[in-house]
Design a protein around this ligand. Structure first.
Ligand code: FPP
Length: 267
């Protein structure tokens, strides 16, 4: 595996959590007069090179959209191909994930997946949970709105008389450890977020590439990271901020100062 970026380079980047909508598999296959599932098969074969690139770039988290709640509407043969690809990925890559200190998790409602696949997912999550390297998450049978509803319901159940805060909602998401998304990449040319990580993407940078997922590469991934790292992220302030909480803290101080009549004394 290539050497990780050094500490200084890593510190310069505010991109820690990248989420990817791996779109364009079906069109990629159809253009080659192949069935759509051929695109998913080719698409799944490039995933490990992108995971490796994410690790190499020193990211803390990579979340991949592999199957949405809306994708259940697709022909059953396509749906079961995607389930099989998930199973095959885990069987093939598990040892490598462990060796590379990657912690693995699936987010979504996986109760309707084949029992064998559910078992494989929980085993992989269990054996990689102490790993301190890249957090690799597959969103599978996942929807952003239903994740928010799940979180709110869980909170209400445990705290029937408490008022919900943003922090509470975040802590009841499927995978609070990965934090906010810094960058969303969507391949395949469309410019939508398709019900993906809606809460976590509040201040994400967005990058849309026409490249269809099976043609995506570690080289393009690294180029995108380089490009986005040059953007100034202000999180609502007028100059660069390290993250949303830093800007939010300053906003709170100003808001209270303003309320006390100290108008114009910006911190
Ligand atoms: C969208 O392309 C892609 C998906 C719905 C599935 C993405 C899944 C993979 C890349 C492979 C899954 C692998 C594992 C290991 C879980 P599309 O089919 O909507 O493409 P189109 O827009 O060209 O029709």
């Amino acid at each position: 595996m290539p050497k990780k970026k050094n500490f200084l380079q890593f510190n310069m980047s505010s991109i820690k959590h990248v989420a990817i909508i791996m779109d364009g598999n079906g069109r990629w296959a159809q253009k080659r007069l192949r069935p759509r599932v051929w695109g998913h098969i080719r698409g799944s074969s490039i995933i490990s090179s992108i995971v490796e690139a994410a690790d190499d770039e020193g990211l803390s988290a990579l979340t991949l959209y592999a199957f949405s709640t809306e994708n259940w509407s697709r022909p059953i043969a396509e749906v079961s191909t995607l389930f099989n690809l998930l199973k095959k990925f885990l069987l093939k890559e598990r040892t490598r994930l462990i060796k590379n200190n990657v912690s693995f998790k699936v987010i979504g409602d996986i109760a309707n997946l084949p029992v064998e696949t559910q078992k494989l997912i929980s085993e992989t999550e269990e054996i990689t949970k102490e790993n301190k390297g890249l957090k690799l998450t597959f969103a599978f049978s996942y929807g952003g709105r239903s994740e928010i509803v799940k979180s709110v319901n869980e909170f209400i159940k445990n705290n029937p008389s408490k008022e919900l805060t943003e922090k509470d909602l975040t802590s009841h998401l499927y995978n609070p450890e990965t934090g906010d998304v810094d960058l969303l990449i969507r391949t395949g040319g469309d410019q939508r977020i398709s019900n993906f990580l809606l809460w976590q993407m509040a201040y994400a940078e967005l990058y849309f590439t026409p490249t269809r997922w099976p043609d995506f590469s570690a080289k393009e991934f690294k180029q995108i990271l380089n490009n986005v790292t040059q953007r100034e992220r202000r999180f609502g302030n007028i100059s660069s901020e390290s993250d949303l909480s830093s800007s939010a803290d300053k906003a709170e101080v100003n808001k209270h100062a303003f309320a006390r009549g100290l108008k114009g004394q910006n911190v």
